[in-house]
Design a protein around this ligand. Structure first.
Ligand SMILES: Nc1ncnc2c1ncn2[C@@H]1O[C@H](COP(=O)(O)OP(=O)(O)O)[C@@H](O)[C@H]1O
Ligand SMILES: [Mg+2]
Length: 280
């Protein structure tokens, strides 16, 4: 027995506090917490002001839906507030990340010198060994987390770690998840979707990713291509409607609506309103 067996009361002080870690987008208001009020003996709903602390979330969607823009914005917002961020890139080489992160910092009117100091990048895009050897990647990440006081981790993308061996998806994701939990990180893991046809959380590698992680945020885009779409969305044919929703989170209650958002010219996520209000 012992090590993995707990009496419920033993866990009293072990649960992480439910606090919000800001992403700099309206998603921060879409997570809630329920405060129990002794007086009225009722739960009162309050916005969390961020994604739940220590959540490891799956950020999924087809190509070009805004996943990278979102996780980069999260990295910049956290770094600008003085928190260390580890950004693991398996796709875009590190030197391409620099201008993207700088532009976001400037657009958010944040001090870029501070952001620069607080973000550490592990570039696995150019290094097969880091991508192919999980232990080597985790050891490198552990060093950065310990010595740079990292609180937040972004991996863009985890799909890049099991690209040509999808049977490994579950094991890979489980290892990373356990690692991030051990280091009490708040983390966004981007996973790619194979096709635009499947609207749910399922990522390349099957359901491994959404089942293991604490929650999923789905990014989508819809091209207006018929008279019907044109009338429904009041947008011209050929234009693009971008959508985002939280599809489950086991750490905090959340809005379940689909929201309309835009990517601004300066590369920021701007969430507008629920789709149901947008089409009214
Ligand atoms: N700095 C930027 N300024 C304007 N648009 C941008 C900027 N960065 C990305 N975009 C646009 O955002 C869209 C989504 O990009 P991205 O987040 O990279 O998609 P993915 O979901 O594949 O990661 C793309 O159409 C891209 O052109
Ligand atoms: Mg991307």
């Amino acid at each position: 027995m012992a090590e993995n067996v707990f009496k419920l009361s033993d866990l009293k002080d072990k649960a992480p506090k439910l606090v919000g870690i800001p992403t700099g987008t309206k998603l921060d208001e879409m997570f809630y917490k329920l405060e129990y009020q002794e007086k009225s003996k009722r739960f009162v709903k309050q916005t969390l002001g961020g994604i739940p602390y220590t959540a490891v979330l799956n950020i999924t969607g087809s190509p070009d839906t805004g996943k990278s823009v979102f996780v980069e914005q999260f990295a910049v917002v956290q770094a600008s507030q003085g928190y260390g961020v580890l950004f693991v890139t398996t796709e875009s080489p590190a030197e391409f990340l620099y201008p993207a992160l700088k532009q976001k910092a400037l657009a958010l009117k944040q001090d870029f010198s501070r952001v620069e100091e607080n973000i550490v990048i592990i570039d696995a895009s150019q290094n097969d060994k880091l991508r192919e050897n999980m232990q080597e990647l985790l050891d490198t990440m552990a060093n950065v987390i310990k010595y740079k006081k990292v609180k937040n981790v972004v991996i863009d993308s985890v799909t890049g770690l099991y690209e040509h061996k999808e049977v490994m998806a579950r094991k890979t994701v489980r290892q990373i998840y356990n690692f991030l939990k051990k280091f009490r990180q708040t983390a966004l893991l981007v996973s790619q979707k194979r096709s635009a046809n499947n609207g749910g959380a399922e990522a390349a590698g099957g359901l491994a990713v959404p089942h293991i992680l604490d929650g999923t945020i789905v990014f989508e885009k819809k091209v207006i291509e018929s008279r019907w779409d044109e009338n429904l969305y009041k947008m011209p044919i050929g234009s693009v409607l971008r959508l985002v929703r939280i599809e489950g989170c086991r750490l905090a209650p959340h809005a379940s609506d689909t929201y309309v958002f835009e990517i601004t010219d300066t590369g920021l996520i701007d969430i507008k309103k629920p789709l149901k209000d947008f089409i009214k």
